[in-house]
Design a protein around this ligand. Structure first.
Ligand code: V0D
Length: 255
């Protein structure tokens, strides 16, 4: 069921924000678990990869919209450490998406001043994928608009265990003492050390779990769920999530 008011075709106020959304109190960092591509395709009698392809087009739409609204960081869970267990053909298809994405979307990323970043073990991805991702990062590194942060081969427990290892090495070598370990130091050893914390987590497709995504970073975030499959997600629903976020903040005295 489409949500009409106040988003679709909403009149714009003088700051070009659709009525209902407050430009001043947007979440600065939105993280999204883009779930339901396979189920979307299955429901249409299509192969799972058709869902992923459509899902990539939704990524483009949401990036465009987040950038237009003035969101600072958009983190997208594109590939988890668990996703390697999927059929080989499906993994191979997914690994071509960054190449596709760049071929079709790099000019707009540049025009919109979007900066691409990644979190996760990108080095373990196939060479052609890494090459496309590195090219995206390289070509957009001077942009200072929206940070489009792809979680690729990302797992939160892995990230934390890696942080502990790095810190241990520093303690062992005498660079650090054990009592210098605090939350700030731990945070500085995360993939996300250069980013602000997510304010809002969106998960599509009806699942209401974190699935090993940003366990540390989401400690204070608002969670927003929808039954809509990712390929059916759109700008209207994105705004609805932001609108609900603002209302929760207002109710709890945050805004
Ligand atoms: C499939 C739905 C964009 C979720 C969205 C490698 C799963 C489409 C990228 C992408 C994926 C990543 C890095 C980059 C440019 C684009 C992407 C993967 C999957 C896994 F620099 N969409 N997308 N990467 N899907």
């Amino acid at each position: 069921m489409p949500i009409k008011f106040p988003f679709r075709n909403a009149k714009l106020n003088k700051t070009e924000q659709p009525i209902g959304l407050e430009g001043d109190h947007l979440p600065k960092h939105v993280a999204i678990i883009m779930d339901g591509n396979g189920r979307w395709a299955k429901n249409r009698g299509m192969p799972r990869i058709a869902g992923h392809k459509e899902g990539m087009n939704v990524v483009k739409k949401v990036v465009r919209h987040a950038s237009d609204l003035g969101v600072n960081v958009l983190t997208l869970y594109a590939f988890s450490t668990e996703n390697w267990k999927r059929p080989k053909k499906e993994v191979e298809f997914l690994m071509k998406l960054p190449v596709d994405f760049l071929n079709t979307y790099l000019p707009e990323l540049l025009e919109k001043n979007v900066q691409v970043q990644t979190i996760g073990e990108v080095d373990a991805l196939p060479e052609h994928t890494r090459h496309a991702v590195n090219e995206a990062i390289e070509r957009t590194k001077h942009n200072d608009g929206l940070i489009l942060n792809f979680a690729l081969n990302y797992g939160s427990r892995y990230e934390m265990v890696e942080a502990v290892k790095q810190i241990s090495v520093k303690v062992k070598s005498g660079q650090l003492t054990a009592d210098q370990i605090d939350e700030t130091l731990f945070e500085n050893h995360m993939f996300t050390s250069d980013l602000i914390e997510p304010d809002l987590l969106i998960r599509t497709s009806g699942e209401q779990r974190l699935s090993n995504f940003l366990l540390w970073q989401l400690a204070y975030a608002e969670f927003w769920f929808t039954d809509v499959f990712w390929p059916d997600f759109d700008e209207t629903l994105f705004e609805r999530a932001l609108y609900d976020y603002q209302n929760r903040k207002r109710r709890y005295g945050g805004v």
